[in-house]
Design a protein around this ligand. Structure first.
Ligand SMILES: [Zn+2]
Length: 239
């Protein structure tokens, strides 16, 4: 077990989810000097393209590009991510090991059931991780802040993170999943071409950027209210 500690931990169902929903934010935070980490709950054995080994290698490369200092995948079955006590313990162990202050989870409503489940599973695992009488072999820890990456949810974000400077690198991280995104024959009716993917990714980031008054951004929802100390420092122009 490594002794890596993370300021920010992103948890997702599948390898490449983090790249799609909060990769630019992770990169930006790493560039600010924060230690970042990503935990993928599944290994991708149900994917139409590529093998588990391909995806492991690609995830490692993507992490390097996003400057994510720690990345691992659990062994929860792909397409069957369930919020069981056993799975909550697996995630809680990682939270205790890494001791993040900020936890990024997927938004709780999603087309893919695995994504929606991770929102609840991650939250409940964070709660368990803070129970001092629960013996998991590492001291208890609870993240201070939980935010939900909402890129694929039809919901108004609480805030967006400006990733204008990180957009290209974040796209490169996504393209590190060559078994998924390289133009190829297998599943070509299902998977859009690389050029189209870039257009879509840019359109999404551009939309959220527009909401924040910047070029590209990633959206997040959080359940608590915002707290302001200085009215003159509130960003995003009203009129
Ligand atoms: Zn996914």
């Amino acid at each position: 077990m490594s002794d890596y500690r993370a300021d920010i931990l992103a948890i997702a169902a599948h390898r490449d989810d983090v790249e799609q929903t909060c990769g630019g934010t992770l990169l930006k935070m790493a560039e600010r000097g924060y230690r970042t980490a990503a935990l993928d709950l599944t290994q991708g054995e149900m994917g139409t393209r590529g093998t588990v080994e391909d995806r492991a290698r690609e995830a490692e490369e993507a992490a390097r590009i996003m400057k994510v200092g720690w990345r691992q995948a659990l062994d929860i079955p792909d397409g069957r991510v369930e919020n069981t006590y056993e799975n909550r313990l697996k995630v809680a162990r990682v939270i205790r090991q890494l001791r993040p202050r900020v936890l990024i989870l997927p938004y709780w409503q999603a087309r893919h059931p695995d994504h929606a489940t991770v929102a609840t599973l991650g939250y409940e695992a964070a709660f368990l991780a803070g129970l001092s009488k629960l013996d998991l072999g590492a001291p208890s820890h609870r993240p201070f802040k939980i935010i939900y990456a909402s890129l694929y949810a039809d919901v108004r974000p609480t805030f967006v993170v400006d990733i204008s400077e990180q957009f290209d690198t974040r796209f490169a991280a996504l393209m590190a999943y060559r078994s998924q995104y390289d133009d190829q024959q297998a599943g070509s009716s299902l998977f859009p071409r690389k050029e189209e993917i870039r257009e879509r990714v840019a359109a999404m980031a551009g939309f959220y950027g527009l909401l924040g008054g910047v070029r590209y951004a990633e959206p997040f929802v959080c359940k608590e209210v915002g707290l302001v100390g200085d009215l003159l420092a509130i960003p995003v122009q009203s009129i």
